[in-house]
Design a protein around this ligand. Structure first.
Ligand code: NI
Length: 139
């Protein structure tokens, strides 16, 4: 286990009150843990700001099941990006709607290009790229 350092910070009273509320509403029991996670989130954001950085994430698609050949098109696009696609799961969420969760890993620019291409297809109702990091920057 890595050793912990104690630090003290100066912060305006109003901002501290807001931080305490934020911690409480996020159901953290420990202020330090909240701040550590906040820093990690910032580090992940920084990874995603660098186009050449290797990242990991998930693309969630919600789309129209009745749109002709859309499912095949979405699969074709994933085949074009086989280097970035790790796995995908299809869920039939309603009579006329499908969801697909695609796990991706690769360079930021390529992962974003894949997500944008999937999103642009007619019949895709929602596409969300959820961004995480491979962990190298979080230690
Ligand atoms: Ni389906």
């Amino acid at each position: 286990m890595t050793s912990l350092e104690r630090v003290s910070i100066s912060i305006e009273k109003r901002l501290l009150t807001r931080l305490e509320k934020l911690i409480k509403s996020s159901r953290y029991t420990n202020r330090s843990e909240f701040i550590r996670d906040m820093i990690r989130s910032k580090l992940v954001e920084q990874d995603w700001a660098n186009e050449r950085r290797e990242v990991i994430g998930t693309i969630t698609l919600i789309y129209d099941h009745h749109r002709r050949e859309l499912s095949e098109k979405l699969t074709d696009i994933q085949h074009d990006h086989h280097d970035e696609v790790l796995a995908s799961t299809h869920v039939h969420i309603a009579h006329d709607r499908c969801a697909e969760m695609i796990m991706v890993k690769g360079r930021v620019d390529r992962v974003r290009a894949l997500a944008d291409r999937l999103h642009r297809e007619k019949g895709v109702l929602h596409a969300e790229l959820s961004m995480s990091a491979t962990g190298d920057s979080l230690r």
